[in-house]
Design a protein around this ligand. Structure first.
Ligand code: MF3
Ligand code: CO
Length: 262
């Protein structure tokens, strides 16, 4: 593994910043969940997030983010509805009863990042949609349970895949979890599929964002013309759950998890 691919171990001081960033992320996602109702536009949710960011004096991790020649991401929350998998751009779309709404959100404190996503029902949703949300969340926690010192990175994805596919769903390949810290995306990439027992060993002080995207139909991805929004090629429903997690001697600590959150 090249030097630049090393997984960073955070100091106590650094982890304090990450804990704080992660807490803001968790709290703002809870605020957004309260606002997410039929009749509300996705742009309104983004504006609410920006006001909360401002009030708290933290910095959006997403706004202006522009990897490998893509246009810069223009908003603070990635909002993806129904067949949209990830990285949807907030706009005039009005939420409707029966939609499922994914909100992916990150902020930094003194340059240290937190990243989390949740998919929530809008009004009354169909049984299949409810089962998709439950399964995707459960698959995230199956991955988190593997985050023990000495386990290997690919143990996470193997557990996620087993849970999601065991329920009859498919797991997106094109987007992966990641290391997180001084940068939103640090090595390694963490696929949500594949055999266990491969990759680096996890150690206390390492921090990772785990983010399964799970689909009712095929996991084949299509990109919209905005160059950001990923949708399922078959337009089946897709859900996304993410947490930022610290590996400790005592087991995984889910930094973005608060009471009442996913
Ligand atoms: N959780 C997403 C990811 O890690 C958030 C990225 S949004 C972006 O890919 F705007 F920053 F790209
Ligand atoms: Co992420």
């Amino acid at each position: 593994m090249a030097y630049g691919d090393r997984i960073t171990v955070k100091t106590r001081r650094e982890l304090e910043r990450m804990r704080e960033a992660a807490r803001h992320v968790g709290e703002i996602l809870l605020e957004l969940r309260e606002l997410a109702k039929p009749g509300v536009t996705t742009a309104e949710l983004d504006r609410a997030a920006e006001r909360s960011i401002e009030r708290r004096g933290v910095v959006s991790s997403f706004k202006g983010y522009g990897p490998h020649g893509l246009p810069q991401y223009p908003a603070s929350v990635c909002i993806s509805v129904n067949e949209e998998i990830v990285h949807g751009i907030p706009g005039p779309r009005v939420l409707e009863d029966g939609d499922i709404l994914s909100m992916d959100f990150g902020v930094s404190v003194d340059g240290w990042h937190g990243d989390s996503a949740v998919t929530v029902p809008i009004g009354e949703i169909k049984e299949e949609a409810r089962r998709l949300l439950e399964t995707t969340r459960a698959s995230l926690y199956c991955g988190i349970e593997e985050m023990l010192s000495g386990n290997r990175i690919s143990d996470i994805g193997a557990a996620v895949q087993k849970r999601a596919e065991g329920a009859g769903y498919s797991v997106v390949r094109q987007f992966v979890g990641h290391g997180i810290g001084r940068k939103l995306h640090e090595p390694p990439q963490i696929p949500n599929y594949g055999p266990a027992g491969k990759g680096a060993r996890m150690r206390p002080g390492m921090t990772f964002a785990i983010e399964p995207m799970v689909c009712v139909g095929s996991a084949e991805v299509e990109m919209l013309d905005d160059e950001w929004t990923a949708v399922t090629a078959d337009r089946s429903l897709s859900a996304h759950f993410e947490h930022t997690i610290l590996v400790t001697e005592q087991g995984p600590e889910v930094l973005t998890k608060l009471e009442g959150s996913h």
